[in-house]
Design a protein around this ligand. Structure first.
Ligand code: 3HC
Length: 305
């Protein structure tokens, strides 16, 4: 089980205390939850109030599940202490040209839409408004970390923090060193990852880092196998669970991660390396139909019942 810091004040050797997370989706809310569980003060920011309300609900449900597994602390006290460390704020780069960094932020983690222009716009605003020492990190899974930060002035204080879904359960964190990331920043990001009770692996700024570079082609190959009619979906899932010991089959995992996310990852790679990668037609079709996986109620499988 994931060990959790439940002290009200934890000493963090990374020097990081206050974390601002942009993007209240699956990943952003998971990161916010685990950061708060580890004693960090968290500000969670999204464009829409509805998304922040949904994030709050998702975090509460997950923390309540975690609380039941705590044996040394009252579940109610645990939930309250975690939730009290998270505040939320609405901010939209389309309407707001400045972001008031009232909450002294040591670290920004960006988990917004996988769109280079949107990320550039966000960091342009934040670079102008953030304290000099604030570190900028991105949770991107499909875009080069260095390119995301190519316009920021603090080019030594940037890096990648790549989390895995579901963030509260998955033990791994990939810490990505971009060409401009200083050793000091990289060290702080690695320490921060350990303080979040994640096992940290270090990687360079290459397509897919470690996990996705191996995992996503495997997922895409499963879809191509289905398209060729080599085997049925359920049988492919059963085969990989029972024959390779994976906790989920490839189609279950595709639906869990979100087909839009997988499409974005593969498309980003196709743009750069068109001869090496391919987005399977079925993934494109399902995304176009709004069938994004579990989060929309249907993907390869139907979750409406
Ligand atoms: N919060 C709190 N607890 C949770 C939870 C959450 N979000 N999700 C699951 N749990 C708990 C459940 O309550 C349950 O607790 P219990 O054992 O006390 O009853 C326990 O975890 C196990 O859950 P389930 O019984 O529902 O199901 P599983 O045993 O199958 O575990 C899983 C769920 C951890 C998601 C497991 O199936 C798994 O590891 N799947 C693979 C996930 C994976 O590969 N993720 C990486 C995707 S790639 C990625 O994210 C990168 C990105 O860039 C795309």
């Amino acid at each position: 089980m994931t060990s959790i810091c439940i002290r009200r004040f934890c000493h963090h050797s990374s020097g990081i205390k206050n974390v601002t997370i942009f993007g209240g989706g699956l990943m952003g809310s998971g990161i916010a939850q685990v950061a708060a569980q580890s004693g960090f003060n968290v500000l969670l920011v999204d464009q829409q109030k509805e998304i922040l309300d949904k994030s709050h609900k998702r975090i509460l449900q997950s923390v309540e599940k975690m609380a039941k597994k705590q044996d040394k602390v009252e579940p109610k006290e645990f939930v309250e202490s975690v939730i009290s460390r998270i505040s939320t704020k609405q901010f939209n780069t389309a309407n707001d040209s400045s972001f008031d960094m009232k909450h002294e932020t040591d670290l920004v983690i960006e988990a917004i839409v996988e769109n280079m222009e949107a990320k550039h716009k966000l960091f342009e605003i934040l670079d102008a408004e953030s304290p000099e020492n604030t570190i900028f990190a991105t949770n991107t899974s499909s875009l080069p970390v260095g390119e995301i930060f190519q316009h920021v002035k603090r080019s030594d204080k940037v890096g990648g923090l790549h989390y895995f879904n579901p963030v509260p359960m998955m033990k791994l964190l990939e810490v990505v060193k971009a060409d401009t990331t200083s050793d000091d920043t990289f060290h702080k990001l690695c320490s921060f990852g350990s303080e979040m009770n994640k096992t940290v692996v270090k990687c360079k700024d290459t397509a897919g880092f470690i996990v996705n570079r191996l995992l996503v082609p495997y997922l895409a190959e499963a879809v191509l196998m289905l398209e060729r009619g080599d085997a049925e979906m359920k049988d492919i899932d059963t085969a990989m669970k029972l024959g390779a010991g994976y906790p989920m089959g490839p189609f279950e995992l595709l639906d869990y991660v979100g087909l839009d996310t997988t499409e974005a990852i593969l498309q980003g790679w196709c743009d750069k390396y068109p001869d090496t990668f391919k987005v399977p037609e079925t993934v494109r079709k399902l995304v176009a139909e709004g069938k994004l996986g579990r989060k929309s109620g249907e993907g390869f499988y139907n979750y409406s019942k």
